[in-house]
Design a protein around this ligand. Structure first.
Ligand code: TXA
Ligand code: MG
Length: 348
């Protein structure tokens, strides 16, 4: 199959929408990362998503809806307590459309394949105008995991999707780089009103806690409840080690120990500062070529999140046989999501 990149014109949105209605799968932009979309109500389309991504079917998908979609057609509100309904209303009013995914009790209509047999379904209302235009045109809920092969770095541009899924899908809609750069926050609303954070992301834990006036339980008692929680995810092909740059020289031997032969080039991901200066300094000190990328020269967290996956990908492809990354210095807000992705991308 030839994969075509489409500009997001009205005509192309119609083309992609028709393909989706016919059970095909399409790469689409969202404000977080690019998704691989298919009709959430069609098990055959869902099977194509799992197949193209080589994703294990125990990993459930997120169902995306348009701003005018009736949530009640997918979610069984009757199971939710009054407290849970109140929390749901507050969360959707504050953060939808946007980078917040809510796990809610599902109705029968949603195929088991979408939820991996769970009784709950993850729902997200993206705010990206192209995603919304497509959702409205197609008039269906769209299941869309990130458009990467399972376990690999999530795509934040159409060309990343091409690298990941070329030949496996017909269309990718290109709307440039994603505004946020890390995936949505996944929150589970328990029937009794408790709220669990399953994956940190575009909406911070603090914002949610402030809005609801409660403390989120982090993680889930079920090990497989959110494979975004799996230890190894978002991974480059080269071994990646998390190292403070000032400790890099000293710790480098340890990292080298993981390689069978000495490296030809080192790739370094900095959180802030000058990529050029660090690149020169390190290659002098270590006596080997270094390629460095800096997530945000001024240390701005939002800029860092936006660049994270693209720079990991560039370093993975720069000819280096080993990568290091500075840990994110901030552990709250979007910093929690960046730290989470870096830890999971790192070699264990
Ligand atoms: O930002 C995003 O959320 C992107 C864009 C494309 O919208 N999508 C995305 O999908 O990140 P994916 O499939 O890569 O991640 C979905 C996460 C997984 O960790 C999955 O396990 C969790 O959501 N999830 C889905 N349904 C769930 C459920 N019923 N219970 C618990 N976790 C669930
Ligand atoms: Mg993913």
């Amino acid at each position: 199959m030839k994969t075509q990149i489409l500009e997001p014109s009205q005509e192309n949105i119609r083309l992609a929408s028709n393909a989706l209605k016919n059970g095909q799968i399409v790469g689409i932009p969202t404000e977080t990362v690019y998704g691989l979309a298919g009709n959430a109500l069609d098990p055959e389309a869902l099977a194509k998503i799992f197949d193209a991504k080589k994703r294990p079917t125990f990993d459930p998908l997120i169902v995306h809806i348009s701003t005018d979609f009736d949530l009640g057609s997918l979610v069984d509100f009757s199971q939710l307590s009054a407290q849970a309904i109140e929390n749901l209303q507050k969360l959707t009013q504050a953060f939808w459309p946007g980078p917040l995914t809510l796990v809610l009790p599902k109705k029968q209509l949603i195929p088991d394949l979408a939820t991996s047999g769970l009784k709950s379904v993850a729902i997200r209302m993206p705010r990206h105008p192209v995603a919304q235009a497509l959702l409205k045109e197609v008039g269906l809920p769209l299941a869309a995991p990130s458009a990467n092969r399972f376990g690999r770095i999530s795509p934040t541009s159409a060309s990343h999707v091409m690298d990941e899924l070329k030949g496996k899908i017909q269309y990718i809609i290109d709307a440039g780089s994603c505004e946020i750069g890390v995936e949505s926050t996944v929150v589970e609303l328990k029937l009794d009103g408790a709220v669990h954070l399953l994956r940190p992301g575009g909406v911070s834990q603090g914002e949610i806690e402030k809005l609801l006036g409660l403390t989120l339980k982090v993680g889930s008692p079920l090990k497989t409840a959110s494979p975004g929680m799996l230890e190894n995810h978002y991974a480059p092909l080269r071994p990646l080690f998390l190292l403070e740059t000032h400790a890099l020289e000293a710790s480098f031997d340890k990292a080298l120990g993981a390689l069978e032969t000495p490296p030809n080039r080192l790739g370094v991901l900095l959180f802030s500062g000058s990529a050029h200066k660090t690149q020169d300094l390190l290659s002098q000190k270590l006596g080997l070529p270094v390629t460095a990328r800096c997530l945000s020269p001024s240390g701005d967290l939002l800029e860092a999140a936006k660049n994270l996956f693209a720079y990991l990908r560039e370093l993975d492809d720069c000819g280096a046989d080993i990568l290091t990354a500075e840990p994110c210095p901030v552990s709250d807000g979007i910093g929690f999501a960046i730290s989470d992705r870096l830890k999971k991308a790192a070699t264990k």
